[in-house]
Design a protein around this ligand. Structure first.
Ligand SMILES: [Zn+2]
Length: 400
């Protein structure tokens, strides 16, 4: 942590300005408690600062991998990862390491994630030797029938995906009643693995289930072990803080997740509060013996899937990916109010442009089909729902 702070101050214009403005010198940061002297970095800070001011002097973009967040927040953020950062996440996510955590031997790995050019996974796969990380990369947005076929073909020991994708898989497998491959372990991330999804999955797969907590900005941040007492912070690579009104919370109290990634020198992530997640420290000690801090609950990154009148499930990332690259669209919210009725709210100039509104309507209609009415409306702001740290980009008020 001390080395990272020195590096950020000496070489990264953004951090030097922020620390100088706060009157903090790198040598003042000695203990974990001293971290609190450093300014908090918001999502807007990262988004609004030119990439050149976020990249450490001496690092060449050509030697790094550019990652871009997508989907879970409604506003993409870009940053550079160096090989050390990618290796760190690759090592944590590798089958030998995951095997130790889930207590079962897992060799073959398959993922079902959202694919675009700048995902963290794309960086990992491109940068790491195949001998270290061999993975079959499936597409979270492909039809569940195709995903099921890939699962049966590749027969992974370990499947990593989102709960909404697992739900789609389980539904199709149940409807068809055909034999299905059971991974030894299924690791779920990015969304809340709720009780109905868990029950449905258990009807189809005999696999053991584990939660993981990660982000594009900071990589794998916490992971459940086979005692299922919460998620252990990956303390050798990240520092997690939980804050309420800027102060650390006590165990059992909800706090906003603030993360420091100790591994990425290209674009350091120090006290980053842009994840929009709320979590609680567990006071328990895990019987596995790991002294890594335990996160009990993580909320906030839940994104809702849409269930259409014909029963089709639409993953929220399909919608966000379809509209967030339309020129001028930065802040938006897509709300399903009834199975056949969807409203899209656009903030700012995008909302005022008739052409932009039409492009957004067309993009959403192309995914949802003619059975759903779509209204695109300009708004001044999108308030978060009660109890949520920020507005969700995709919401469904339809209960199933
Ligand atoms: Zn444990």
């Amino acid at each position: 942590m001390r080395a990272l702070v020195r590096h950020a101050h000496a070489r990264v214009p953004f951090y030097r300005r922020r620390m100088d403005a706060a009157g903090v010198r790198p040598e003042m940061i000695r203990t974990l408690e001293d971290l609190a002297r450093l300014p908090i970095v918001s999502k807007a800070d990262l988004r609004e600062t030119p990439l050149s001011d976020l990249l450490a002097a001496g690092m060449r973009p050509a030697d790094c991998f550019l990652v871009e967040t997508s989907g879970s927040t409604g506003e993409p953020t870009r940053l550079y990862k160096d090989r050390g950062a990618l290796f760190s996440v690759g090592a944590w996510a590798s089958p030998p390491n995951i095997s130790r955590w889930v207590g079962r031997r897992a060799r073959r790995l398959m993922t079902l994630f959202v694919r675009h050019e700048h995902t963290l996974e794309a960086g990992l796969v491109r940068s790491l030797p195949r001998a270290l990380l061999r993975v079959h990369e499936g597409d979270a947005l492909a039809p569940p029938e195709l995903q099921l076929r890939e699962l049966n073909t590749h027969r992974p020991d370990l499947l990593i995906t989102y709960p909404s994708v697992l739900r789609g898989l389980a539904l199709v497998a149940k409807e068809r009643g055909e034999p299905v491959h059971h991974p030894t372990a299924i690791v779920l991330s990015a969304e809340v693995f709720d009780a109905p999804t868990r029950r449905l999955a258990a009807e189809v797969f005999t696999s053991a289930y584990f939660n993981a907590y990660g982000s594009t900005e900071a990589g794998l941040m916490a992971l459940e072990c086979y005692h299922h007492r919460g998620l252990h912070v990956t303390g050798t690579r990240t520092i997690a803080e939980l804050l309420h009104d800027g102060r650390p919370v006590a165990p059992g109290e909800a706090g906003e997740v603030v993360v420091t990634d100790l591994t990425n020198l290209a674009t350091p992530i120090i006290r980053y509060a842009g994840l929009g997640d709320v979590a609680v420290w567990s006071p328990a000690r895990c019987p596995c013996g790991r002294a890594l801090p335990l996160l009990e609950v993580i909320e906030g990154r839940r994104v809702d899937a849409f269930v259409l009148p014909d029963g089709r499930i639409v993953h929220p990332y399909r919608l966000t990916l379809a509209i967030e690259h339309i020129d001028g669209v930065h802040r938006y919210q897509i709300v399903q109010e009834a199975p056949d009725r969807v409203r899209v709210f656009l903030v700012g100039p995008a909302g005022d442009g008739v052409a932009t509104r039409q492009m957004v309507a067309d993009a959403v209609a192309a995914i949802l089909g003619p059975q759903v009415t779509i209204a695109v409306e300009p708004v001044a702001a999108i308030p978060p729902a009660p109890g949520e740290p920020g507005p969700r980009p995709v919401r469904s008020t339809v209960r199933h």
